[in-house]
Design a protein around this ligand. Sequence first.
Ligand SMILES: Nc1ncnc2c1ncn2[C@@H]1O[C@H](COP(=O)(O)OP(=O)(O)OP(=O)(O)O)[C@@H](O)[C@H]1O
Length: 232
Amino acid sequence: MPQITLSEVSASYGAHQVLHEVSAEIPRSRITAVVGANGAGKSSLLNVIAGILPTSSGTVTRRDSRRPAYVVQRSAVSDTLPITVRATVEMGRWAQRGPWRRLTRDDRAIVEDCLVRLDIHDLADRRLGALSGGQRQRALVAQGLAQRSEVLLLDEPAAGLDMTARNRIDEALRETAEAGTTVLRVTHDLAVARASDHCLLLHGGSLVAQGEPAEVLTEERVRTAWDVPSLW
Ligand SMILES: Nc1ncnc2c1ncn2[C@@H]1O[C@H](COP(=O)(O)OP(=O)(O)OP(=O)(O)O)[C@@H](O)[C@H]1O
């Protein structure tokens, strides 16, 4: 049974329909890449799965009733938050404990583990707003991992990062998928999509194809989805 099943899901922002009868299956304990041009509906799809954007029709079925962990785009996080990196990651544990509860020894061990996995342990006492974009992004991914949810949603977690930071995030996601988490990541990087286990290709709010990345991302489909004219 897939971790998440979408059946003919449509969704709108006001009068603007952004998803058109999307039917898709997200396999359990695998990395699924969501790809498509700007405005294709990738973030909207994540928002529907996260329960932030209601469906106007269709259904989303999840194996697990817990809320997915959601790592939003870096630009959605304020620079001025007076919070350290460690506190940012600790907030990931509130999903289990409720806000401002004392963290247990297990919680603290999970937080330390996530700091190490994303290679930001040395930055743990720095203010989030005082970090570089790539460092901050790793802190947000660490927060997502710290939730230990069945499902981890990430909206372009590696956008604009250098190779080392990207590799660190890819490795951490691979490890968490192997440990049983279902990972769904939006990416603009077709190499990342090709290295994923499963792929959903969106175009204009509709699902164009899903399945093995090599089968989904054919030259023809890529050209159509990105409106790139044929060069010959
Ligand atoms: N909060 C919002 N209110 C109204 N329309 C929105 C909102 N968020 C997104 N949209 C519209 O929904 C459509 C799909 O946007 P979405 O952000 O899901 O695309 P995307 O594939 O994630 O794009 P990108 O690659 O640029 O992040 C776009 O036409 C966008 O303008």
